[in-house]
Design a protein around this ligand. Structure first.
Ligand code: NAD
Length: 287
């Protein structure tokens, strides 16, 4: 058992969140996803990140059941999608996610994107938290101005913000703001989503050689050195294992400074301030 996989950060409400989890975005093939979860559990993963919009919550439930873990051993995250935002809608969507995940609580529930009704969504999430149905409440893709909006509305602040982060887009300003405000930084797309040439960068190979680690492992360790939660995705057993072997080395300040040179401020995913995209994804499709 890789003990590092039990390492956690403590949210400001005292709940622990494992530093490493398995992301399952785009995993829509049931048996592939179940196999990935079973491999991950075998290697020691106890944290899984899904979302209603990934359309795989049922498969996650099946994978976890087949892995033989008890509910208490697992840290499970889901997210409320844009067209489910609003007070009543969020409560309904939350219950639907619970049903699909075959559980009666979530460890972490996130507002997926700062769509128009996010304040009402947040009020519903606070109530669900107070009722003990969510252990940790957070947001995703929130910029500083969105976080300030919640603060100015006099509402409790999120415990976690899950945002696109990788060496080419380290989000330094938002990272520092979250640190100052006690909000845990969770990195999505921690490896650049396979959309960039990041992992072929010679700096990463050079650093990796010193520690007998791959460029992917160097990047994931870079996130950990910055105090971020990471949820790399892979369906491949060897990569799921590789992405967990991060706790037997550390990067020096010099390594961190070299990796900082890879920052090109390049976002590969959606822009949280793209109102047109937020509006379009807030319309519920008719079946
Ligand atoms: P990622 O950065 O984890 O990249 C995944 C891709 O990297 C894989 O498809 C594979 O091509 C490659 N890869 C994985 N391990 C590798 C290795 N060891 N060596 C080389 N290549 C490797 O991107 P992601 O899946 O988009 O992000 C991780 C998770 O974050 C998602 O699965 C999802 O759970 C979450 N996410 C959240 C949001 C959000 O808006 N909140 C958006 C996207 C993703």
């Amino acid at each position: 058992m890789n003990q590092g996989l039990l390492d956690s950060y403590t949210c400001y409400n005292g709940v622990e969140i494992p530093k490493l989890g398995l992301g399952v975005f785009l995993m829509k093939d049931e048996s592939e996803l179940i196999d990935a979860i079973k491999s991950a559990v075998e290697f020691g993963y106890r944290h899984f990140d899904t979302a209603k919009i990934y359309e795989n919550e049922e498969y996650v439930a099946r994978g976890l059941k087949e892995s033989g873990l008890s509910r208490e051993e697992v840290f499970l995250t889901s997210k409320v999608w844009n067209y489910d935002q609003g007070y009543e809608e969020t409560k309904r969507a939350f219950q639907e996610s619970l049903d699909k995940l075959e559980t009666d609580y979530l460890d972490l529930y996130l507002i997926h994107w700062p769509a128009e009704k996010f304040i009402d969504t947040w009020r519903a999430m606070i109530e669900l938290y107070e009722a003990g149905k969510i252990k940790v409440i957070g947001v995703s893709n929130f910029q500083i101005h969105h976080l300030e909006e919640l603060k100015n509305a006099g509402l409790v602040q999120p415990m976690v913000n899950q945002i696109e982060t990788h060496p080419e887009f380290p989000q330094n300003e938002l990272h520092d703001y979250m640190k100052e405000n006690g909000i845990i930084h969770e990195a999505w797309g921690p490896l650049g989503q396979g959309k960039s040439d990041l992992l072929n960068h010679s700096i990463l190979a050079k650093i990796g050689q010193k520690y007998f680690k791959t460029p992917a492992q160097v990047v994931l360790r870079w996130h950990l050195e910055r105090g971020e939660v990471i949820i790399p995705k892979s369906i491949h057993r060897n990569r799921i294992k590789e992405n967990s072997e991060l706790f037997d080395f550390s990067l020096t300040q010099e390594d961190m400074n070299e990796i900082a040179l890879l920052n090109t401020e390049t976002r590969y995913g959606g822009d949280p301030d793209n109102q047109e995209r937020l509006r379009a994804t807030s319309i519920k499709p008719t079946k």
